[in-house]
Design a protein around this ligand. Structure first.
Ligand SMILES: NC(=O)c1ccc[n+]([C@@H]2O[C@H](COP(=O)([O-])OP(=O)(O)OC[C@H]3O[C@@H](n4cnc5c(N)ncnc54)[C@H](OP(=O)(O)O)[C@@H]3O)[C@@H](O)[C@H]2O)c1
Length: 249
């Protein structure tokens, strides 16, 4: 990629978007070229993110950004995100999406659209290092255990349930064991004091193995998102949902 990567951030006023936005502003190789929101339209970023020099205003729609490459980063909610992501792809932008709750039909449409347009898309349910590693550890444990249940716990404002991360872990287990997804129980807890927590309990006679990951604050996601922004051009024509290609050096 030549020159700074131009990033348009949707969800800039949100809990995760704020952390991601600050990280983008601090990165030398990227420029924040636009910020999208819903109820905070017209607000300047420096008033939303105290101590930061971002002088953009939040807009309701994708801004016009000249130049190449442009990456849409989206941490919003699935309905508006789906149409925004398709619009960005149609403009020839790459997309790095953290928003969870897309249907399998929507994921397939995004896959088809990136193939047509030759841009890269990442739909990653969890950008934290620990979430990527927990998948690998769970796959290893599933080679030896044959029964597991998942428990995920999040803050009460989370809109989807169970979490995208828990669904992904359940899909992995179902695939590995050749079972239907419904046969892998997932328990979802929504409580104040929680941020994002995933636990997989493997049971066998006389023993339980617990693999657990806790996110205590949203800075856990920023390094993975920055890696996604830097690498997405290398996945032209592909939709990646596995964080491996982004996280691995
Ligand atoms: N992949 C990951 O690693 C990861 C990590 C954390 C969260 N997430 C996901 O990211 C998403 C956001 O989570 P959050 O906790 O940050 O949520 P949040 O605090 O509720 O923030 C939501 C953001 O979306 C914006 N928004 C809502 N509706 C919109 C619309 N119709 N058009 C444009 N913008 C809209 C909001 O703007 P206003 O403030 O203007 O309403 C706000 O900026 C969720 O899907 C969550 O599951 C993913």
């Amino acid at each position: 990629m030549s020159g700074p990567i131009q990033v348009v951030l949707a969800g800039a006023s949100g809990r995760t978007g704020r952390e991601v936005g600050r990280a983008i502003l601090s990165a030398d190789d990227m420029t924040l070229a636009g910020a999208i929101g819903n109820t905070q339209v017209g607000m300047r970023l420096d008033s939303l993110w105290p101590g930061q020099s971002g002088d953009l205003e939040i807009t309701a729609a994708l801004p016009w950004v000249e130049g190449n490459p442009v990456v849409l980063v989206d941490f919003t909610e699935p309905k508006s995100s789906y149409s925004r992501v398709l619009e960005a792809i149609d403009r020839g932008w790459h997309v790095v999406v953290g928003t969870t709750g897309f249907t399998s039909t929507e994921r397939q449409s995004i896959r088809d659209r990136v193939q047509e347009r030759g841009v890269g898309a990442a739909l990653i349910a969890n950008f934290s290092l620990g979430a990527w590693l927990i998948e690998r550890l769970v796959e290893e444990a599933a080679r030896y255990f044959s029964e597991a249940e998942l428990v995920e716990a999040h803050h009460p404002h989370k809109k989807d349930r169970p979490s995208g991360t828990a669904k992904r872990l359940a899909e992995r287990l179902a695939h590995q064991w050749g079972r239907d997804l419904e046969q892998i129980p997932v328990h979802a807890i929504r409580l104040p004091g929680m941020v994002a927590h995933q636990e997989v309990l493997f049971g066998a006679p006389g023993q339980v193995l617990t693999i657990r990951h806790d996110v205590h604050d949203r800075s856990a996601y920023t390094e993975g998102v920055l890696r996604g922004i830097r690498r997405i051009e290398g996945f032209a024509g592909q939709l990646i949902e596995d964080p491996g290609p982004i996280m691995m050096d």
